[in-house]
Design a binder for this molecule. Structure first.
Ligand code: NAP
Length: 485
């Protein structure tokens, strides 16, 4: 069957890539009153979307890329929602060769921000606009209202922004979409969002593990604890679904669902991208890094088998006298560690914004994550408020709200990290977040010794605390000191 050629210049926007994300985004646009051209490499998917959902709004199904482009009203806006990587490059080429000056290509896939920067430059040279846009919230978000993080030029946002703001999630009538900044800024922020999501999930998993192994609670009992926590500062989508997952019973075995799920966490790579990028920028995102590596460890089957067979715990049996107080301490430790992970993530966004002159409004990023996305949480309001109070805040944790919250939690945090170390329960994200907290507030760090070692073996030089300049000690000669500049 072939689709008839739709009228020319009629659609407000088009979506190419009719897999789950693209079709849901197209339906969301159509349900919001936009005329939407739809296209897919293989026509069957386009037909399927039109047959199943054609009555939800005004769709213009297109068989060929020629039809797709000519159906769009000028300046044209074409969204690409295909597999990230080479397929996205291929579709950009197909679109760009058919478009005219001022038209806009929008990549809503999970592209690496460096690819987006490269593509933006290439497309700009052809007289077109290129928008790399993060879209969070999975299939349901795409259909019912995602958090949208578009990059690209301000001019392209003038055309695209009103449509994206309308279809995005709304919290207190405020859209979860804003212009993030030029070229790769949108995909960068989406990457960090995903990294923070890794940290959030790992912290929740560690809290669960502490209650499971420390207190011997069952999964449904722990689910009830998370349900209560969802009425506190931790109120968030991830805590809410954790309560649900832990209380779900497997119908086949009649056991708690989590007890029949293999303990090997998969990953699609955005956590690793965040860690690699942070390493390049020199920003310590320890919470995200530990979360990413915890997933790697869970999947390191031969190593885990060897470890289980050979390594002893030599752990103490630490008695928990008051389980309720212990659970509250875990909650405080989780909250404190979460504050650290977010603070680190926002520092990474700031570093990239400075490097690439993106001028990203950090408070606005927290605001557009309040709805539609996986890390949506009441807590994000506090971040927005902090950056509104102090736009140049060098460390989120030093804002008065976070400072007070974390000081109030720190005793419990230390207790839980010590308890876990003594008991042999691995809590890498809790522990590394506490170490970051102690590191960032320390008056002196042992980095002076590292500088000494570096100068000793590699003549890498050092700075003194008492004089300006760069120095080197002649370690293998008479150990006198030379000034290098
Ligand atoms: P997907 O499985 O990543 O990709 C399938 C789509 O890509 C199909 O429409 C397919 O067309 C098309 N495609 C693959 N290679 C192509 C090529 N060389 N030329 C043209 N089209 C090609 O689909 P998805 O899960 O809907 O995700 C789409 C994008 O959104 C991805 O970048 C993904 O990372 C991102 N994303 C996904 C989620 C999620 O929850 N799934 C959330 C946020 C973002 P055919 O039908 O012809 O094969």
């Amino acid at each position: 069957m072939s689709l008839s050629t739709p009228p020319s210049g009629i659609a407000d926007i088009g979506v190419t890539g009719m897999a789950v994300m693209g079709s849901n985004l197209a339906r969301n646009l159509a349900r919001n009153g936009y005329k939407v051209a739809i296209h897919n490499r293989s026509t069957a998917k386009t037909e399927h979307v039109f047959d199943e959902h054609g009555d939800e709004g005004e769709f213009y199904p297109c068989e060929s890329m020629d039809d797709f482009v000519q159906t769009l009203a000028k300046p044209r806006v074409a969204i690409i929602m295909v597999k990230a990587g080479a397929p996205t490059d291929a579709v950009i080429d197909e679109l760009a060769s058919r478009m005219d000056e001022g038209d806009i290509i929008v990549d809503c896939g999970n592209s690496n921000y460096a690819d987006t920067r490269r593509r933006e430059e290439a497309v700009r040279e052809r007289g077109l606009h290129y928008v790399g846009s993060g879209v969070s919230g999975g299939e349901e978000g795409a259909l019912k209202g995602p958090s949208i993080m578009p990059g690209g030029t301000a001019e392209s946002y003038d055309r695209l922004g009103p449509m994206f703001e309308k279809i995005s999630a709304h919290v207190d009538d405020v859209p979860c979409c804003t212009h993030v900044g030029p070229d790769g800024a949108g995909h960068f922020v989406k990457m960090v969002h995903n990294g923070i999501e890794y940290a959030d999930m790992q912290l929740i998993a560690e809290a669960y593990d502490l209650m499971r192994k420390g207190l011997g609670l069952t999964a449904p009992e722990i689910g009830k604890v998370f349900e209560k926590w969802n009425t506190t500062e931790l109120d968030s989508y991830l805590i809410e679904i954790t309560a649900d997952v832990l209380q779900h019973m497997d119908p086949k075995s009649d056991q708690p669902f989590v007890d029949i799920v293999l303990d090997q966490a998969a990953q699609k790579g955005t956590g690793a991208w965040t860690v690699q990028t942070a390493a390049e920028f020199g920003i310590p995102v320890t919470g995200i890094a530990e979360a990413t590596f915890a997933r790697s460890l869970s999947g390191s089957v031969p190593q885990r088998e060897a470890g289980q067979a050979s390594l002893e715990a030599r752990a103490s049996q630490v008695q928990v006298d008051d389980p309720d107080a212990f659970i509250e301490s875990i909650r405080q430790a989780l909250y404190a560690s979460k504050m650290v992970a977010y603070s680190q993530g926002f520092e990474l966004i700031r570093a990239a914004s400075n490097e690439y002159d993106w001028d990203i409004d950090l408070g606005a990023m927290a605001r557009i994550w309040r709805g539609g996305c996986i890390i949506r949480a009441v807590f994000l309001n506090r971040i927005t408020e902090a950056y509104e109070r102090h736009p140049e805040l060098p460390l989120l944790l030093s804002d008065e709200y976070f400072k007070a919250e974390i000081s109030q939690a720190v005793n419990d945090w230390r207790l839980i990290v010590s308890y876990a170390a003594l008991s042999g329960i691995p809590i890498p994200a809790f522990a590394s977040s506490l170490a970051y907290y102690d590191g960032v507030r320390a008056e002196k760090l042992p980095a002076n010794l590292i500088q000494g070692q570096r100068d000793f073996f590699g003549a890498h030089t050092y700075h003194r605390t008492d004089r300006e300049g760069t120095f080197h000690t002649l370690w293998s000669a008479d150990r006198s000191e030379e000034q290098q500049d």
